[in-house]
Design a protein around this ligand. Structure first.
Ligand code: DCP
Ligand code: MG
Length: 360
């Protein structure tokens, strides 16, 4: 049973966002990065500038030599981050298994077709369409049965393209692949490989696993497998924070309502601090209480607006506590949490259509 992995990578990401937001940059060689007068470097360049040889990480001074009429603009990271969140929301419509590699790039495991779309190629197409229509940006996609091949594939028809490499093509694809494209092969390893006469996957395939490990250490094991089209690395979803809470188990049970309120107000302070540190705001506040007999209750309130400030957290927390009418019942644990940070678009299990994809 093969997995279905999609790798999505935005085209000339920062530059495309700038060209989207400022029509006067469209169709022009645009460089996002440090100014050419200083010692800055190019973060990225529009495809119009790439024609002149301008590349990411190149000194801006050199970029201006190559393309004297290029426009230089400073990056707006906050905007790129927001766009990145919007892209991830689109991904989530099709799978919860998303592993972002950077703001503009992610692996998706769509083996389980939660929406009943039918094929991974179609899913990739729908994602690219949504990105184009909702964000006015283009993305390229690679589709295959593992991460390695999907990632290389997404680069093959850039910009605004899509490449599918199915199971039957993987081995021949890997055989012709230059070793420089291997995952984790830096310049040092690549030149060592060339010295050994290893230029393509086919060359590497002729070596035994023992030989590869002798020459390249642990990476040798990976090379042995990858030239045979085997990459078992799973798509690891980034753990998104769903809630933040603080709680305390008291050394002695607390019965007095004033003392309990004091504890709660302290917790509200701590909770608010943690939220602000992470720059999060949430709509739902939850109070949790465990009694001396270990029975536990929670009470939540959802506010019309997301909050993080200590005053609101204290006020709502105190109201929740008051509403409980504890009447001196001994409390062993008190906790306060906040959740509901932003709207999720993952379909609930009842809406999701279970089932497997037909083979691509
Ligand atoms: N980036 C950067 N410095 C680098 C490489 C990239 O600041 N050395 C930033 C700018 C890019 C973004 O990360 O827009 C995404 O990197 P990519 O390598 O995916 O490059 P692009 O998306 O710009 O272009 P491509 O169309 O080749 O994906
Ligand atoms: Mg990109």
């Amino acid at each position: 049973m093969h997995r279905k992995i999609i790798h999505i990578d935005m085209d000339a990401f920062y530059a495309s966002v700038e060209q989207r937001d400022f029509p006067e940059y469209r169709g022009k060689p645009l460089i996002v990065g440090g100014p050419p007068e200083g010692r800055g470097v190019v973060a990225t360049a529009s495809y119009e500038a790439r024609r002149f040889g301008v590349r990411s990480a190149m000194p801006s001074r050199k970029a201006r030599e190559l393309c004297p009429h290029a426009l230089f603009v400073a990056p707006r990271f906050e905007v790129y981050k927001q766009v990145s969140h919007r892209i991830r929301e689109i991904f989530r419509r099709y799978t919860p298994l998303i592993e972002p590699l950077s703001l503009d790039e992610a692996y998706l495991d769509v083996t389980e077709d939660t929406q009943g779309i039918g094929s991974a190629i179609e899913i990739a197409g729908l994602i690219r369409k949504a990105i184009r229509e909702e964000l006015q940006l283009t993305a390229s996609a690679g589709i295959s049965v593992n991460k390695f091949v999907a990632k290389i594939a997404s680069d093959m028809n850039k910009p605004d393209g899509m490449t599918f490499i199915g199971p039957s093509r993987i081995e021949s694809f890997m055989e012709q692949l230059p070793v420089e494209k291997f995952f984790g092969v830096g310049r040092v390893t690549a030149s060592k490989m060339r010295q050994m006469g290893l230029y393509t996957g086919m060359d590497v395939k002729k070596l035994s696993e023992t030989d590869l490990v002798r020459h390249f250490g642990k990476a040798g094991q990976f090379f042995y497998k990858i030239v045979r089209g085997i990459d078992e690395r799973v798509v690891k979803p980034s753990r998104e924070i769903k809630s933040i809470s603080v709680e305390d188990t008291f050394r002695h049970d607390v019965e007095e309502s004033g003392a309990l309120l004091d504890e709660l107000l302290q917790q509200a302070e701590r909770l608010s601090e943690r939220l602000e540190k992470r720059q999060l705001k949430g709509k739902t506040l939850t109070l949790k209480i465990k009694f001396s007999d270990f029975k536990q209750i929670t009470r939540s309130r959802t506010l019309p607006q997301a909050v993080a400030d200590p005053e609101t957290v204290k006020r709502v927390g105190a109201e929740l506590l008051e509403g409980l009418q504890l009447g001196g019942r001994p409390v062993r644990l008190l906790g306060l949490g906040i959740s509901n940070f932003h709207r999720h678009v993952i379909p609930s299990p009842s809406e999701a259509l279970p089932g497997q994809l037909r083979l691509f």
